[in-house]
Ligand binder design. Structure first.
Ligand code: SF4
Ligand code: SF4
Length: 397
């Protein structure tokens, strides 16, 4: 069995979230995961330089509440706590400023880690990954606390505790690894090995406001009212996937987790500690414990709009039939010419050479679907929400 703490909190109230985290710390003895002289890196989701209301990035209030709880443990934030992430396109400095994370980090004296530069790390000979470029700020830390955001994702279905670690790869190098691990199963396997290498101590997830629909950059914010904490990222993701109505048994991402024995995907084997941050003064009344299936009905979010991902069997079929599937069967990114601001960021983000979309004379970019591997980096990066995912028979370009 593995345990996930779920804090119920309707709004971004730092004190309530910090109180909920303290109760989780107490119940699960998370303090034992840290010592007061270690350098700990907080790794939020800073996908893009956008304001927190869009639900693209980890909300600074959750980040601040966590910094406060870590500071309770005599971890000196000025010396030992750092933070960082590598946005898809902009500099970390710009993303940190606009997301509100820099201001919150400054309030607690956290150091900004170097995510602009990295070094090539070799993985063991028998690993699936041979090498990865990892940010200097990650390698300089003794331990990581992952502070993810729950959102839909066009490639993997959801993004949360496990995928958050992909941001340790600096800048556009991230997109290039999409070309190397182009199939969703290969990408998931890379995520597993990356997480096994980094071994974050703890996974905190901001699910107070989550994202549905065309995530992870251009979906719709949706109120959920949860902050999750656990030591098993797969269990944390499984809980939120279940709450948002995903059938994880049919998702290639979770199938791969199961196949590699990474984390707990079986709902029957996940215990929940539900902490109501609104009635925290009464510790007994604030806590409810039980197996996930037992507590799920009272936590579920109805009519959540999931990402349009391919079915598992379709992913397999694509590997077999190659170009034919790419051109006529698989879902594809499609640009809405009326919304496109012709910035060209989608072209820059495409990891392929030659690229699977091109732009002439600052016109709306055009796709070559026979080349496109459906990594959806272009859809993820578009600042104008002009790219959506559709079936070939639904698209005009
Ligand atoms: S990133 Fe979006 S707005 Fe920019 S050119 Fe591509 S489709 Fe148009
Ligand atoms: S066109 Fe978009 S989805 Fe296709 S390979 Fe390039 S970035 Fe990925």
């Amino acid at each position: 069995m593995t345990t996930v703490c779920l804090i119920k909190v309707q709004e971004y109230n730092k004190q309530k979230i910090a109180n909920g985290l303290r109760l989780a710390w107490q119940k699960q003895n998370y303090a034992a995961l840290f010592s007061s002289s270690e350098k700990i890196l907080l790794k939020p989701n800073m996908l893009s330089a956008v304001t927190p209301d869009l639900a693209v990035t980890t909300n600074p209030v959750v980040f601040g509440a966590l910094a406060e709880v870590l500071a309770d443990q005599n971890i000196n934030p000025h010396l030992l706590l750092s933070y960082g992430d590598s946005p898809a396109h902009e500099s970390m400095a710009k993303a940190a400023r606009i997301t509100g994370l820099e201001a919150m980090a400054n309030d607690y004296g956290l150091i900004s880690a170097d995510f602009d530069n990295g070094v090539e790390v070799q993985f063991p000979a028998d690993s699936f990954i041979k090498h990865l470029n990892i940010a200097n700020g990650v390698l300089a830390a003794d331990g990581i606390v992952s502070v993810s955001k729950f959102k839909t994702h066009a490639l993997t279905g959801i993004t949360g505790a496990v995928k958050n670690q992909y941001g340790v790869i600096p800048g556009l190098k991230k997109a290039r690894f999409h070309a190397v691990y182009s199939d969703v199963r290969a990408f998931a396997r890379m995520l597993v090995e990356l997480n096994r290498y980094l071994k974050p101590r703890l996974y905190v997830m901001d699910a107070v406001t989550i994202m549905e629909g065309n995530g992870p950059r251009n979906g719709t914010p949706r109120s959920a009212g949860y902050v999750l904490v656990g030591t098993d990222p797969v269990a944390v993701d499984t809980v939120m996937a279940a709450i948002t109505g995903h059938n994880t048994n049919k998702m290639p991402l979770f199938q791969l987790f199961k196949q590699t024995g990474f984390g707990e995907v079986d709902q029957e084997k996940i215990d929940l500690i539900v902490i109501d941050a609104n009635s925290i003064s009464d510790n007994e009344g604030a806590i409810k414990e039980g197996a996930l299936p037992q507590l799920l009905p009272e936590l579920e979010i109805e009519d959540f709009i999931q990402a349009k991902t391919e079915k598992s069997w379709m992913t397999t079929a694509t590997r077999i039939s190659g170009n034919f599937s790419r051109r006529f069967i698989l879902q594809r990114p499609v640009i809405d010419a009326k919304t496109c601001i012709r910035c060209g960021q989608c072209v820059t983000s495409c990891p392929l050479e030659p690229k699977a979309l091109h732009q002439e004379n600052r016109d709306v970019p055009k796709y070559r679907y026979d080349l496109c591997i459906r990594c959806f980096c272009c859809q993820e990066i578009c600042p104008a929400a002009a790219i959506s995912v559709r079936k070939p028979w639904q698209s005009s370009r």
